[in-house]
Design a protein around this ligand. Structure first.
Ligand SMILES: Nc1ncnc2c1ncn2[C@@H]1O[C@H](COP(=O)(O)OP(=O)(O)O)[C@@H](O)[C@H]1O
Ligand SMILES: [Mg+2]
Length: 239
């Protein structure tokens, strides 16, 4: 469904991605783990067209999408939940959700779509007139995911949904990601520093080090991998 081949992305002369190869198949949950600075966000921004790939190819359902305009990529069915959530803090919960639909002409069905988001995250229904900025971190993350769902994506790109969020809400958010995948048939590409959670959730996973994939395999296998345990699963306070 999404095929990333030999992708290289630069910031000026600094090379952030050094030939990344990743496949995401229809219906899967694929996780990409890696330390701070490995290039995870750069990869998501390159898929969604915000950053431009200098070399390599990104194919989505048979169509080359590298270097297309971001709004076109959203219309093809790829929606990103950015790192740090980036909701509109002065707009209400419901206004934030409506903005997610405006990108897509299918947004004409948006009252049904909003209801689906509220079914998924009932707390957002309780707070629909509350300003986004007054929600907790976890609730803002739910709002950011809900907003991304408003464009009816086939693939959801999630950038560190656990970052800075209380553990109890992290579990809830990961459970909803699984629900979105299994019940709404949305393919998931998740990037995380929280390796344990991301590998537990994943059908398949990749490890990114310095802009290159070093290990790939089923999530359960990577959880048992000694190198991954040493580097990402043991002792690290953030994991
Ligand atoms: N806007 C930018 N300008 C210059 N360098 C950047 C920019 N954004 C990220 N980088 C660099 O690219 C590399 C990858 O960063 P990033 O994709 O944010 O990593 P991650 O999301 O895995 O923490 C890092 O070395 C980072 O410093
Ligand atoms: Mg990042």
């Amino acid at each position: 469904m999404l095929k990333i081949s030999k992708v290289e992305t630069f910031y000026g002369k600094i090379q952030a991605l050094r030939g990344v190869d990743i496949d995401v198949n229809d219906g899967e949950i694929v996780s990409l783990i890696g330390s701070n600075g490995a290039g995870k966000s750069t990869l998501l921004m390159t898929i969604s067209g915000v950053n431009k790939a200098k070399n390599g190819e990104i194919i989505f359902n048979g169509e080359k999408i590298q270097n297309q305009e971001p709004h076109k990529i959203v219309n093809l069915g790829i929606s990103q939940v950015p790192e740090g959530r980036r909701i509109f803090s002065r707009l209400t919960v419901e206004e934030n959700l409506r903005l997610g639909a405006y990108i897509n002409e299918k947004g004409k069905f948006f009252s049904d779509d909003i209801k689906e988001v509220y079914d998924l995250f009932p707390v957002l229904n309780d707070r629909k007139t509350q300003r986004g900025g007054t929600l907790s971190g976890g609730e803002q993350q739910m709002l950011a995911i809900g907003r991304a769902l408003m464009s009816k994506p086939k693939v959801l790109l999630l950038d560190e949904p656990s970052l800075g969020i209380a553990p109890k809400l992290v579990n809830q958010i990961f459970a909803s990601i699984k629900n979105i995948n299994r019940k709404k048939n949305v393919t998931i590409f998740l990037v995380e520093q929280n390796a344990k959670k991301a590998l537990e959730l994943a059908d398949r996973a990749y490890v990114l080090v310095n802009g290159k994939v070093t290990i790939e395999g089923p999530g359960q296998d990577l959880l048992k991998n000694k190198d991954i345990q040493a580097a990402y699963l043991e002792g690290g306070s953030k994991n």
